[in-house]
Every structure is written in structure tokens, then in C-alpha cells.
Ligand binder design. Structure first.
Ligand code: DHB
Length: 312
């Protein structure tokens, strides 16, 4: 059974990896994801130029009944140089996604210049969708600014670059973001980031469950699956063929992975469920996916990708 994928010249032997933010802040965590026999890659925690402690705790909470998670981490990370040093010294067969999430356009441009001038030979993910830094907007909800940033970036950047997008909820917005993204030689888009600024309340105490922003935080897991699938599908229908899609959001079973691929995902990321279940999640999901493919008589993911049926 072939569970492979590719983005440009990069080949992935497995379809799964972590979602940025989960199990990827320290070198030990990144190593753990890379070492799994059931991951095709790893994405590093979105880096800012300087290291950050992030928001005050509690800043992460698991909802009851497996509904998912809420978080407002606030970009805790070890700083750009730490991840640069990691990729410069790490020997691995798996292509690595280096995620950056600068607090301003100039910070992102600065990091991209350094990546451009370095020996880093993996892929770069520009995070345009962090909902959790107080006072900072989710960039990719501002279409004009998004186009401006990508124009500046691609004026000098030549390595394979993709963007991490927030979820969109309106057909017009799918059209608008796709028409902007199609103007650029993007290697991929990653959809979706968490659904920003949800609110979860503790039943016993009538209190919010996380401290930052008085309880507002990004929602992930089961609750976001339908939105994630819609974004993967809508973007696959609108983006140039050579822009690949990483499907992220609401993956807790092999069936969820399968549905992301049906909607057109090339790779699939696991966030909340990786945080909940740990590294073993990849083996379980891969086994469940294999079972579904076997039962349906498929021999590779390529036969499934984008093959979602509609009712005529
Ligand atoms: C954080 C959350 C995100 O969804 C993201 O894209 C980047 C950072 C965070 O809170 O750390």
C-alpha cells in the first residue's frame, strides 16, 4: 500500500505529520516526531526572531467528550536561531517544514532572508494565521496585506514556500484568497489553522478555561473537522494544480485522514489528537487508514486524492 505524497521535488513516504505548535517546540520533541516510523515529515514550532515564553497559563484545555481543544499559547518558541541550528545539524531522510510566524512583516522578511542565504534544503511554512498574540490580527483575514506580504516575499525568496491559512467560512472568501494565492509560486498551502477566538466555559464554576484574552482561544480537534474539510476541498477546487495542500483539522481517526485526502489533501497534519494521545497516534491513524483503503480495494492514496463525490 502506497501512502506517499510529494511536494515539488520532495517525497514523503508517509502522509502524516504533526501540526505546527504540537510536539515541535524543542529539539527532543522534533526528534520524536521525526523518529516515528509513521510520519512523513515534521513541522517545527512557528519561530519568531527572539525566543518567547508565550501567554500565561492555563493556556491549553481539552474539552469533554473528545470534542477537541482550546488553546492560547501565544507563540512560545525557542527563537529562530535555535531552529536554524537544529536543521543545520540534523541528519534525516525526511524533508522538514521550517515554520516561521514573525510578529511583523519585517520580522518575517528578516527570517526568510536568513533562510534563503542558509543551506537549509527543506520547505518553509509562513504562518499567516496565529490567533493568539494579543493585539496582533490573523494576517490572512486581511486579503490586501496578504497579497502585499507575498509580493515582497517572492521578490527575493526562491526556496519552496507555503502558507498556513486560517479557516474561511464564506464562498466569496474562498474565491478571494485563492485568486491571490494563485498569483504566486507557492509550493503548498496548509489549511486550516485553529478556528480563532472560541470560548469554552467550565460547567462547575461558570469560569473560562484558559487565562489569556479572558478565555478566548483557538479551537482544534473534532469540532473543527467539517470546517477543515470544507477549506481543503474549496481550495483544491480553486488553486493552481502545482500548489499542493496540507490538510489540517479535526483528525482523530483514520477515516478523518481518508476524508481529508478525498477532499484533495496531499499531506495530513495532526494537532489536537497528537497533544491528547501522544506520538503513538501516528501508528494508529496509519493502520486505520490502511484498513479503509484495503477494504475499498485501493492500492495507493493517489487513487483517492480529490475523488470526493457529489450528488448529481
Ligand atoms: C499559536 C497558535 C496558532 O494557531 C498559531 O498558528 C501559531 C501560534 C500559539 O498560540 O502559540
Amino acid at each position: 500500500m502506497q501512502l506517499t505524497a510529494n511536494i515539488q521535488s520532495y517525497n514523503f513516504d508517509h502522509v502524516l505529520l504533526n501540526a505546527a505548535g504540537v510536539m515541535c517546540q524543542t529539539t527532543a520533541e522534533i526528534d520524536t516526531v521525526l523518529a516515528s516510523k509513521h510520519t512523513g515529515s515534521v513541522v517545527t514550532k512557528s519561530a519568531t526572531l527572539a525566543n518567547r515564553k508565550g501567554n500565561p497559563s492555563p493556556r491549553y484545555y481539552e474539552l469533554k467528550n473528545g470534542l477537541g481543544t482550546i488553546n492560547s499559547m501565544g507563540l512560545p518558541n525557542e527563537g529562530f536561531d535555535y531552529y536554524m541550528n537544529y536543521v543545520a545539524t540534523k541528519a534525516t531522510e525526511k524533508p522538514i517544514f521550517f515554520s516561521i510566524g514573525g510578529l511583523s512583516k519585517s520580522e518575517n522578511i528578516n527570517m526568510l532572508h536568513q533562510l534563503q542565504d542558509s543551506d537549509f534544503a527543506g520547505l518553509i511554512e509562513l504562518n499567516l494565521s496565529c490567533p493568539n498574540v494579543p493585539g496582533k490580527p490573523q494576517t490572512a483575514y486581511d486579503f490586501e496585506t496578504t497579497e502585499e506580504i507575498l509580493t515582497d516575499v517572492f521578490s527575493f525568496f526562491k526556496k519552496p514556500l507555503g502558507v498556513k491559512l486560517p479557516p474561511y467560512f464564506d464562498i466569496v472568501h474562498f474565491d478571494m484568497i485563492a485568486s491571490i494565492l494563485n498569483k504566486f509560486p507557492l509550493a503548498f498551502v496548509n489549511t486550516i489553522n485553529s478556528i480563532g477566538n472560541g470560548l469554552v466555559i467550565d460547567e462547575a464554576t461558570d469560569t473560562v478555561v484558559i487565562k489569556p484574552k479572558d478565555g478566548f482561544g483557538g479551537i482544534g480537534g473534532t469540532l473543527v473537522k467539517a470546517t477543515a474539510l470544507a477549506n481543503v476541498r474549496a481550495l483544491r477546487q480553486r488553486l493552481n494544480e502545482d500548489i499542493k495542500i496540507i490538510g489540517t483539522g479535526g483528525v482523530t481517526t483514520g477515516r478523518d485522514v481518508y476524508e481529508h485526502i478525498l477532499c484533495g489533501a496531499d499531506l495530513v497534519e495532526v494537532g489536537s489528537q497528537l497533544a491528547i494521545e501522544g506520538i503513538e497516534v501516528f501508528e494508529r491513524l496509519e493502520n486505520e487508514l490502511r484498513e479503509i483503503l484495503t477494504e475499498k480495494g485501493y492500492h495507493s492514496l493517489a487513487e483517492v486524492r480529490g475523488q470526493l463525490k457529489v450528488i448529481s
